[in-house]
Design a protein around this ligand. Structure first.
Ligand code: PMP
Length: 398
Protein backbone atom coordinates (compact mmCIF):
# COMPACT_ATOMS: atom_id res chain seq x y z
CA UNK A 1 0.00 0.00 0.00
CA UNK A 2 2.77 2.40 1.05
CA UNK A 3 4.57 1.58 -2.20
CA UNK A 4 1.54 2.52 -4.28
CA UNK A 5 1.24 5.93 -2.62
CA UNK A 6 5.00 6.58 -2.63
CA UNK A 7 5.17 8.45 -5.98
CA UNK A 8 2.74 10.97 -4.48
CA UNK A 9 5.02 11.61 -1.53
CA UNK A 10 2.03 12.01 0.75
CA UNK A 11 3.88 10.92 3.89
CA UNK A 12 6.84 13.16 3.06
CA UNK A 13 4.52 16.13 2.47
CA UNK A 14 2.83 15.56 5.82
CA UNK A 15 6.23 15.25 7.56
CA UNK A 16 7.31 18.50 6.00
CA UNK A 17 4.19 20.30 7.20
CA UNK A 18 4.84 19.00 10.72
CA UNK A 19 8.50 20.04 10.56
CA UNK A 20 7.54 23.57 9.47
CA UNK A 21 4.97 23.98 12.24
CA UNK A 22 2.23 24.10 9.60
CA UNK A 23 0.40 20.89 10.50
CA UNK A 24 -3.37 21.27 10.76
CA UNK A 25 -5.94 18.86 12.10
CA UNK A 26 -9.66 18.78 12.69
CA UNK A 27 -10.84 18.80 16.30
CA UNK A 28 -14.50 17.86 16.51
CA UNK A 29 -16.65 19.62 19.10
CA UNK A 30 -19.41 17.77 20.92
CA UNK A 31 -21.50 20.83 21.62
CA UNK A 32 -21.68 24.51 20.76
CA UNK A 33 -23.69 26.55 23.23
CA UNK A 34 -23.35 30.25 22.38
CA UNK A 35 -19.72 31.13 23.06
CA UNK A 36 -19.13 27.95 25.10
CA UNK A 37 -17.92 24.89 23.22
CA UNK A 38 -17.53 21.41 24.69
CA UNK A 39 -15.62 18.31 23.68
CA UNK A 40 -14.56 15.17 25.57
CA UNK A 41 -15.98 16.43 28.85
CA UNK A 42 -14.05 19.75 28.73
CA UNK A 43 -15.27 23.21 27.87
CA UNK A 44 -13.76 26.34 26.36
CA UNK A 45 -14.81 29.92 25.80
CA UNK A 46 -14.85 30.46 22.06
CA UNK A 47 -12.98 33.56 20.87
CA UNK A 48 -12.62 32.40 17.28
CA UNK A 49 -16.11 32.36 15.82
CA UNK A 50 -17.44 34.64 13.08
CA UNK A 51 -20.96 34.26 14.42
CA UNK A 52 -20.52 37.87 15.50
CA UNK A 53 -24.05 38.56 16.75
CA UNK A 54 -24.82 35.09 18.08
CA UNK A 55 -27.61 34.51 15.56
CA UNK A 56 -26.53 30.89 14.88
CA UNK A 57 -28.01 29.67 18.15
CA UNK A 58 -30.69 32.35 18.49
CA UNK A 59 -34.34 31.46 19.03
CA UNK A 60 -35.28 33.30 15.81
CA UNK A 61 -32.97 31.19 13.66
CA UNK A 62 -33.79 27.92 15.41
CA UNK A 63 -37.49 28.59 14.89
CA UNK A 64 -37.01 29.70 11.28
CA UNK A 65 -35.04 26.56 10.45
CA UNK A 66 -37.58 24.30 12.13
CA UNK A 67 -40.44 26.12 10.38
CA UNK A 68 -38.57 25.93 7.08
CA UNK A 69 -37.85 22.23 7.40
CA UNK A 70 -41.49 21.52 8.31
CA UNK A 71 -42.66 23.54 5.31
CA UNK A 72 -40.05 22.68 2.68
CA UNK A 73 -38.24 19.51 3.82
CA UNK A 74 -34.58 18.85 3.08
CA UNK A 75 -32.59 19.44 -0.09
CA UNK A 76 -33.71 21.46 -3.10
CA UNK A 77 -33.27 18.57 -5.51
CA UNK A 78 -31.61 20.40 -8.40
CA UNK A 79 -29.66 23.44 -9.47
CA UNK A 80 -31.42 26.79 -9.59
CA UNK A 81 -31.81 26.74 -13.39
CA UNK A 82 -33.23 23.21 -13.46
CA UNK A 83 -36.01 23.07 -10.86
CA UNK A 84 -34.21 24.40 -7.79
CA UNK A 85 -35.57 27.94 -7.76
CA UNK A 86 -38.27 28.33 -5.15
CA UNK A 87 -40.20 31.46 -4.36
CA UNK A 88 -38.22 31.67 -1.09
CA UNK A 89 -34.97 32.08 -3.06
CA UNK A 90 -36.44 34.90 -5.11
CA UNK A 91 -37.87 36.64 -2.04
CA UNK A 92 -34.53 36.35 -0.27
CA UNK A 93 -32.69 37.81 -3.25
CA UNK A 94 -35.14 40.73 -3.43
CA UNK A 95 -34.63 41.37 0.28
CA UNK A 96 -30.83 41.22 -0.10
CA UNK A 97 -30.92 43.66 -3.03
CA UNK A 98 -33.07 46.02 -0.96
CA UNK A 99 -30.64 45.66 1.97
CA UNK A 100 -27.59 46.39 -0.20
CA UNK A 101 -29.34 49.12 -2.21
CA UNK A 102 -28.82 47.40 -5.57
CA UNK A 103 -31.22 46.44 -8.36
CA UNK A 104 -30.73 42.72 -7.83
CA UNK A 105 -28.87 40.01 -5.94
CA UNK A 106 -28.02 36.35 -6.46
CA UNK A 107 -27.43 33.75 -3.75
CA UNK A 108 -24.85 30.97 -3.90
CA UNK A 109 -24.14 28.00 -1.64
CA UNK A 110 -21.16 29.74 0.00
CA UNK A 111 -19.15 32.94 -0.09
CA UNK A 112 -16.33 30.99 -1.70
CA UNK A 113 -18.71 29.96 -4.49
CA UNK A 114 -19.70 33.61 -5.03
CA UNK A 115 -16.11 34.57 -5.79
CA UNK A 116 -15.44 31.52 -7.96
CA UNK A 117 -18.60 32.13 -9.96
CA UNK A 118 -18.61 35.89 -10.23
CA UNK A 119 -15.06 36.91 -11.11
CA UNK A 120 -14.52 34.48 -14.02
CA UNK A 121 -18.00 35.35 -15.33
CA UNK A 122 -17.04 39.00 -15.65
CA UNK A 123 -13.39 39.08 -16.70
CA UNK A 124 -11.14 36.80 -18.73
CA UNK A 125 -8.08 36.73 -20.96
CA UNK A 126 -7.15 40.29 -22.04
CA UNK A 127 -8.71 41.83 -18.92
CA UNK A 128 -7.01 42.90 -15.69
CA UNK A 129 -7.78 42.07 -12.08
CA UNK A 130 -6.18 44.25 -9.44
CA UNK A 131 -6.24 42.70 -5.98
CA UNK A 132 -5.19 43.84 -2.54
CA UNK A 133 -2.35 41.61 -1.33
CA UNK A 134 -4.41 40.40 1.64
CA UNK A 135 -7.52 39.38 -0.31
CA UNK A 136 -9.18 36.14 0.81
CA UNK A 137 -8.23 32.82 -0.83
CA UNK A 138 -11.61 32.65 -2.60
CA UNK A 139 -10.86 35.93 -4.42
CA UNK A 140 -7.34 34.85 -5.30
CA UNK A 141 -8.49 31.47 -6.63
CA UNK A 142 -11.29 33.12 -8.59
CA UNK A 143 -8.79 35.54 -10.09
CA UNK A 144 -6.56 32.66 -11.22
CA UNK A 145 -9.52 30.79 -12.62
CA UNK A 146 -10.64 33.78 -14.68
CA UNK A 147 -7.57 33.83 -16.95
CA UNK A 148 -7.35 37.63 -16.60
CA UNK A 149 -3.99 39.28 -15.93
CA UNK A 150 -3.56 39.49 -12.16
CA UNK A 151 -1.92 42.49 -10.54
CA UNK A 152 -1.50 42.74 -6.77
CA UNK A 153 -1.02 45.93 -4.77
CA UNK A 154 0.53 46.00 -1.29
CA UNK A 155 -2.14 45.98 1.38
CA UNK A 156 -4.24 49.18 1.23
CA UNK A 157 -1.52 50.94 -0.81
CA UNK A 158 -3.39 53.56 -2.84
CA UNK A 159 -0.44 54.93 -4.83
CA UNK A 160 0.50 51.47 -6.02
CA UNK A 161 -3.15 50.74 -6.84
CA UNK A 162 -3.28 53.89 -8.97
CA UNK A 163 -0.06 52.95 -10.75
CA UNK A 164 -1.57 49.57 -11.61
CA UNK A 165 -4.81 51.19 -12.76
CA UNK A 166 -2.88 53.45 -15.14
CA UNK A 167 -1.33 50.54 -17.01
CA UNK A 168 -4.17 48.01 -16.82
CA UNK A 169 -5.55 46.55 -20.06
CA UNK A 170 -9.05 45.45 -21.08
CA UNK A 171 -11.89 45.44 -18.59
CA UNK A 172 -10.38 46.31 -15.23
CA UNK A 173 -11.77 44.98 -11.95
CA UNK A 174 -10.39 46.09 -8.58
CA UNK A 175 -11.01 43.58 -5.80
CA UNK A 176 -10.77 44.20 -2.08
CA UNK A 177 -12.31 43.21 1.22
CA UNK A 178 -13.90 45.92 3.33
CA UNK A 179 -12.79 44.46 6.67
CA UNK A 180 -9.84 42.12 6.17
CA UNK A 181 -10.49 38.67 7.56
CA UNK A 182 -7.15 37.97 9.19
CA UNK A 183 -6.07 41.51 10.10
CA UNK A 184 -9.38 43.10 11.02
CA UNK A 185 -8.41 46.42 9.45
CA UNK A 186 -10.47 48.32 6.90
CA UNK A 187 -9.88 49.15 3.25
CA UNK A 188 -9.85 52.88 2.40
CA UNK A 189 -13.04 52.41 0.37
CA UNK A 190 -13.73 56.10 -0.31
CA UNK A 191 -10.32 56.55 -1.89
CA UNK A 192 -10.52 53.26 -3.78
CA UNK A 193 -13.91 54.27 -5.19
CA UNK A 194 -12.44 57.60 -6.34
CA UNK A 195 -9.54 55.84 -8.04
CA UNK A 196 -11.57 53.19 -9.80
CA UNK A 197 -13.95 55.85 -11.13
CA UNK A 198 -11.09 58.08 -12.27
CA UNK A 199 -9.64 55.17 -14.26
CA UNK A 200 -12.91 53.69 -15.51
CA UNK A 201 -12.51 50.42 -13.60
CA UNK A 202 -15.10 48.38 -11.68
CA UNK A 203 -14.88 47.53 -8.01
CA UNK A 204 -15.82 44.33 -6.17
CA UNK A 205 -15.94 44.63 -2.38
CA UNK A 206 -16.12 41.50 -0.25
CA UNK A 207 -18.00 42.57 2.88
CA UNK A 208 -17.89 39.12 4.53
CA UNK A 209 -16.72 40.52 7.88
CA UNK A 210 -18.55 43.85 7.75
CA UNK A 211 -22.10 42.92 6.89
CA UNK A 212 -24.21 42.69 10.02
CA UNK A 213 -21.38 44.38 11.91
CA UNK A 214 -20.97 47.84 10.38
CA UNK A 215 -23.11 50.47 8.72
CA UNK A 216 -26.78 51.41 9.06
CA UNK A 217 -28.77 48.22 9.74
CA UNK A 218 -25.49 46.30 9.35
CA UNK A 219 -25.27 47.03 5.61
CA UNK A 220 -21.47 47.02 5.72
CA UNK A 221 -18.54 49.39 5.50
CA UNK A 222 -19.35 50.84 2.05
CA UNK A 223 -22.75 51.93 3.39
CA UNK A 224 -21.17 53.31 6.54
CA UNK A 225 -18.79 55.41 4.45
CA UNK A 226 -21.58 56.53 2.11
CA UNK A 227 -20.05 54.94 -1.01
CA UNK A 228 -22.26 51.86 -1.39
CA UNK A 229 -23.96 53.26 -4.50
CA UNK A 230 -20.59 53.60 -6.20
CA UNK A 231 -19.49 50.00 -5.60
CA UNK A 232 -20.25 47.87 -8.67
CA UNK A 233 -20.23 44.42 -7.08
CA UNK A 234 -21.11 43.74 -3.44
CA UNK A 235 -20.05 40.31 -2.23
CA UNK A 236 -20.98 38.78 1.10
CA UNK A 237 -21.56 35.62 3.01
CA UNK A 238 -24.30 34.31 5.27
CA UNK A 239 -21.78 32.22 7.23
CA UNK A 240 -20.75 34.98 9.62
CA UNK A 241 -23.06 37.62 11.14
CA UNK A 242 -26.12 35.92 9.57
CA UNK A 243 -25.29 32.82 11.64
CA UNK A 244 -26.11 30.46 8.75
CA UNK A 245 -24.33 29.63 5.50
CA UNK A 246 -24.38 30.70 1.87
CA UNK A 247 -23.18 33.71 -0.06
CA UNK A 248 -24.54 36.52 -2.23
CA UNK A 249 -23.55 38.94 -4.93
CA UNK A 250 -25.56 42.16 -5.15
CA UNK A 251 -25.28 44.36 -8.25
CA UNK A 252 -27.20 45.75 -11.21
CA UNK A 253 -29.95 43.63 -12.82
CA UNK A 254 -27.79 43.15 -15.92
CA UNK A 255 -24.84 41.83 -13.93
CA UNK A 256 -27.07 39.41 -12.05
CA UNK A 257 -28.62 38.21 -15.33
CA UNK A 258 -25.13 37.62 -16.69
CA UNK A 259 -24.17 35.65 -13.57
CA UNK A 260 -27.29 33.49 -13.91
CA UNK A 261 -26.02 32.64 -17.38
CA UNK A 262 -22.30 32.45 -16.75
CA UNK A 263 -21.38 31.83 -13.10
CA UNK A 264 -20.44 28.17 -13.09
CA UNK A 265 -20.53 27.72 -9.30
CA UNK A 266 -24.14 28.93 -9.48
CA UNK A 267 -25.25 27.08 -12.62
CA UNK A 268 -23.73 23.69 -11.87
CA UNK A 269 -24.37 23.44 -8.15
CA UNK A 270 -27.55 22.28 -6.42
CA UNK A 271 -29.62 25.18 -5.09
CA UNK A 272 -29.27 25.90 -1.37
CA UNK A 273 -32.12 24.18 0.53
CA UNK A 274 -35.37 26.14 0.62
CA UNK A 275 -35.50 26.02 4.42
CA UNK A 276 -32.05 27.66 4.51
CA UNK A 277 -33.20 30.47 2.20
CA UNK A 278 -36.19 30.96 4.50
CA UNK A 279 -33.95 31.10 7.60
CA UNK A 280 -31.56 33.55 5.89
CA UNK A 281 -34.49 35.88 5.19
CA UNK A 282 -35.38 35.73 8.89
CA UNK A 283 -31.73 36.39 9.86
CA UNK A 284 -31.69 39.38 7.51
CA UNK A 285 -34.79 40.78 9.20
CA UNK A 286 -33.08 40.37 12.57
CA UNK A 287 -29.96 42.17 11.31
CA UNK A 288 -32.12 45.07 10.19
CA UNK A 289 -34.28 45.17 13.32
CA UNK A 290 -33.99 46.98 16.65
CA UNK A 291 -32.65 43.74 18.11
CA UNK A 292 -29.93 43.69 15.44
CA UNK A 293 -28.99 47.24 16.44
CA UNK A 294 -28.72 46.24 20.10
CA UNK A 295 -26.60 43.17 19.24
CA UNK A 296 -24.30 45.28 17.07
CA UNK A 297 -23.85 47.80 19.86
CA UNK A 298 -23.02 44.99 22.31
CA UNK A 299 -20.56 43.54 19.80
CA UNK A 300 -18.80 46.89 19.42
CA UNK A 301 -18.73 47.42 23.18
CA UNK A 302 -17.17 43.97 23.60
CA UNK A 303 -14.64 44.60 20.84
CA UNK A 304 -13.73 47.92 22.46
CA UNK A 305 -13.26 46.26 25.86
CA UNK A 306 -11.03 43.65 24.23
CA UNK A 307 -9.00 46.34 22.51
CA UNK A 308 -8.52 48.16 25.82
CA UNK A 309 -7.39 44.92 27.45
CA UNK A 310 -5.00 44.12 24.60
CA UNK A 311 -3.51 47.60 24.85
CA UNK A 312 -3.11 47.20 28.61
CA UNK A 313 -0.99 44.10 28.02
CA UNK A 314 1.18 45.73 25.40
CA UNK A 315 -0.56 44.69 22.17
CA UNK A 316 -1.60 47.59 19.93
CA UNK A 317 -4.99 46.72 18.36
CA UNK A 318 -6.44 47.95 15.05
CA UNK A 319 -8.21 51.27 15.28
CA UNK A 320 -11.01 50.21 12.93
CA UNK A 321 -14.40 49.24 14.37
CA UNK A 322 -14.00 45.57 13.47
CA UNK A 323 -14.60 42.54 15.67
CA UNK A 324 -11.36 40.86 14.52
CA UNK A 325 -8.36 41.41 16.76
CA UNK A 326 -5.19 39.73 15.55
CA UNK A 327 -2.34 39.18 17.99
CA UNK A 328 0.59 38.81 15.64
CA UNK A 329 3.38 36.67 17.06
CA UNK A 330 5.36 35.98 13.90
CA UNK A 331 6.93 32.57 14.28
CA UNK A 332 4.59 29.69 13.41
CA UNK A 333 5.66 27.40 16.24
CA UNK A 334 5.51 30.12 18.86
CA UNK A 335 2.00 31.06 17.78
CA UNK A 336 1.02 27.40 17.90
CA UNK A 337 2.32 27.01 21.43
CA UNK A 338 0.52 30.18 22.53
CA UNK A 339 -2.70 28.80 21.07
CA UNK A 340 -2.11 25.47 22.84
CA UNK A 341 -1.48 27.20 26.16
CA UNK A 342 -4.70 29.18 25.76
CA UNK A 343 -6.55 25.99 24.94
CA UNK A 344 -5.20 24.40 28.11
CA UNK A 345 -6.40 27.47 30.00
CA UNK A 346 -9.94 27.08 28.58
CA UNK A 347 -9.91 29.45 25.58
CA UNK A 348 -10.48 28.49 21.97
CA UNK A 349 -8.28 30.79 19.88
CA UNK A 350 -6.73 28.98 16.95
CA UNK A 351 -3.40 29.97 15.55
CA UNK A 352 -3.54 31.35 12.00
CA UNK A 353 -0.46 30.45 9.95
CA UNK A 354 0.91 30.27 6.44
CA UNK A 355 -0.59 29.83 3.88
CA UNK A 356 -3.59 31.70 5.35
CA UNK A 357 -1.23 34.56 6.23
CA UNK A 358 2.34 35.24 5.06
CA UNK A 359 5.19 33.14 6.47
CA UNK A 360 6.51 34.65 9.69
CA UNK A 361 3.20 36.48 10.31
CA UNK A 362 1.54 33.75 12.38
CA UNK A 363 -1.02 35.04 14.82
CA UNK A 364 -3.77 34.40 17.27
CA UNK A 365 -6.97 35.65 15.69
CA UNK A 366 -9.23 36.78 18.49
CA UNK A 367 -12.80 37.63 17.54
CA UNK A 368 -15.33 39.44 19.67
CA UNK A 369 -18.96 38.33 19.70
CA UNK A 370 -22.04 40.01 21.09
CA UNK A 371 -22.54 37.04 23.45
CA UNK A 372 -19.23 37.37 25.33
CA UNK A 373 -19.70 38.54 28.91
CA UNK A 374 -17.43 41.12 30.51
CA UNK A 375 -16.09 38.41 32.85
CA UNK A 376 -15.22 36.18 29.89
CA UNK A 377 -13.39 39.01 28.15
CA UNK A 378 -11.48 39.92 31.28
CA UNK A 379 -10.47 36.30 31.85
CA UNK A 380 -9.19 36.18 28.26
CA UNK A 381 -7.00 39.20 28.99
CA UNK A 382 -5.39 37.44 31.96
CA UNK A 383 -4.92 34.22 29.98
CA UNK A 384 -3.39 36.06 27.03
CA UNK A 385 -0.98 37.84 29.31
CA UNK A 386 0.09 34.53 30.85
CA UNK A 387 0.32 32.76 27.47
CA UNK A 388 2.27 35.55 25.79
CA UNK A 389 4.51 36.43 28.71
CA UNK A 390 6.66 33.37 28.03
CA UNK A 391 7.25 34.39 24.43
CA UNK A 392 7.65 38.14 24.78
CA UNK A 393 11.44 38.08 24.76
CA UNK A 394 11.64 35.92 21.66
CA UNK A 395 8.83 37.21 19.46
CA UNK A 396 9.63 39.59 16.60
CA UNK A 397 7.95 42.95 16.64
CA UNK A 398 4.66 42.80 14.78
N1 PMP B 1 -14.46 36.11 1.94
C1 PMP B 1 -13.91 36.31 3.15
C2 PMP B 1 -13.23 37.60 3.42
C3 PMP B 1 -14.00 35.31 4.12
O1 PMP B 1 -13.44 35.50 5.32
C4 PMP B 1 -14.67 34.11 3.83
C5 PMP B 1 -14.83 33.01 4.85
N2 PMP B 1 -13.68 32.68 5.53
C6 PMP B 1 -15.21 33.95 2.55
C7 PMP B 1 -15.09 34.97 1.63
C8 PMP B 1 -15.89 32.69 2.16
O2 PMP B 1 -17.17 32.65 2.68
P1 PMP B 1 -17.88 31.27 3.01
O3 PMP B 1 -17.35 30.82 4.33
O4 PMP B 1 -19.32 31.59 3.04
O5 PMP B 1 -17.51 30.33 1.91
Amino acid sequence: MEERTEPWNIAAQLDELRAQGLWRELRPLDEVDGVIVRAGGREWINFSSNDYLGLAGSPEIRTALAEGVARYGGGSGASRLVCGTHRVHVELEEALADFKGTEAALTFSSGFAVALGTIPALVGAGDTLILDKLCHASLVDAARLSGATIRVFPHNHLEKLERLLKTAKGRVLVVTESIFSMDGDAAPLREIVELKEKHGAWLLVDEAHAVGVLGPQGRGLAAELGVAQRVDLHMGTMSKAFGLSGGYLAASRKVIDLLINRARSFIYSTAPPFHLAHAISVALNVLRSEKGEVLRQTLHDNAQTMKDILRSIGIEPQLTPSAILPVILGDEELAMSASTRLREAGFLIPCIRYPTVARGRARLRVTACAMHSLAQIQSLGAALLAALHRFKATTPDP
